[in-house]
Ligand binder design. Sequence first.
Ligand SMILES: [Zn+2]
Length: 363
Amino acid sequence: MTETAPSARQPGVTRQRCARCVLSAPFPNIKFDVEGVCNFCRDEVGARSDDTAIDRGRARVMELFAARKARGATYDAVLCNSGGKDSSYTLKLAVEKYGLTVLSFTLDNGFVAPAARDNIHRIVDALGVDHITVRPALDVFKSVVRAASMLPIYGEQSLTRISAGCNACISLVNTTALRLALEKEIPFILAGFTLGQIPANGIVYRNHYRFLAESREASMSRLRDAVGLEVDRLYGVPDSVIDRAPTYPYNINLLCLESITETQILAEVGKLGWKRPSGLDGCSSNCMLNTFNNYVHERRHGYSPYELELSHLVRKDLMTRSEALEKLADQPLEQLPYLVKSLALSPEDLATLGLSADGQVAG
Ligand SMILES: [Zn+2]
């Protein structure tokens, strides 16, 4: 089985892709059988353990929400709201299905599509929730994205699920949400991740901040070397906040508990006024930088950072294989010149990434 779309790393060269899902030959530890089906699709044990994790997650969520105390004037949950369809739908679930009082929070990384910002405002207005936006110092954030894109900052394992640039941003979202939850004594942090984006043990979890900080110290140390000590301001929670917090919030990904197709999600959020922004790649419904991050990932690793997530949806019959392939192929590379200019990449970095001085894909 061969795929007709050329890889970004080797333009014009076709590569093998699983006949059932969309994982391709460069994906780590992949093997194809005689029918061209990958070992991830043949892994029935893994599929069953996912189902068990979902059942366990559902029971735990019901237990935690049932035990929550009356919060009075404060919030039950802070929700990381990217403005994309999944976090918009997660907000709807939190408010309407679970009856939570939610504080919606968006990290503005400077690349939120204007239409996505409009979506955020329409959805929070429709659901009647408070909303805040946090915009970090963009010069530091862009330096982090540059470093993550050009250097081995993050571990290979984490990069099978997410591009380095997205990882830099999501870590910042998670840290900021944790700081907000600790400062405001909010017991739950909600995000709109699906299985495939996160491992099955990520449906409900609780991290002690110091443990979390320890687990990512290796990548933070590399970031400090590349960017400077400012990264600690972005990615750290002050001791004073940690010491004062009576307890740690639970992170919950409610969308993992739903069996819902993308078409159904779009219909549901559409009723609240959500509209698909134009000009974004097929795998993002909010962030312009995603196109650059995808390009870099393909270039460095030879496969798309969305293959794992989309393959999961295909295996669960929540998306067809051809829909997934269409999403992978939908990359508005004509936006790279604007994006690399905004990130202020050096001529050497551009050459390494196979881009011309003005950010066009070379050759
Ligand atoms: Zn497969």
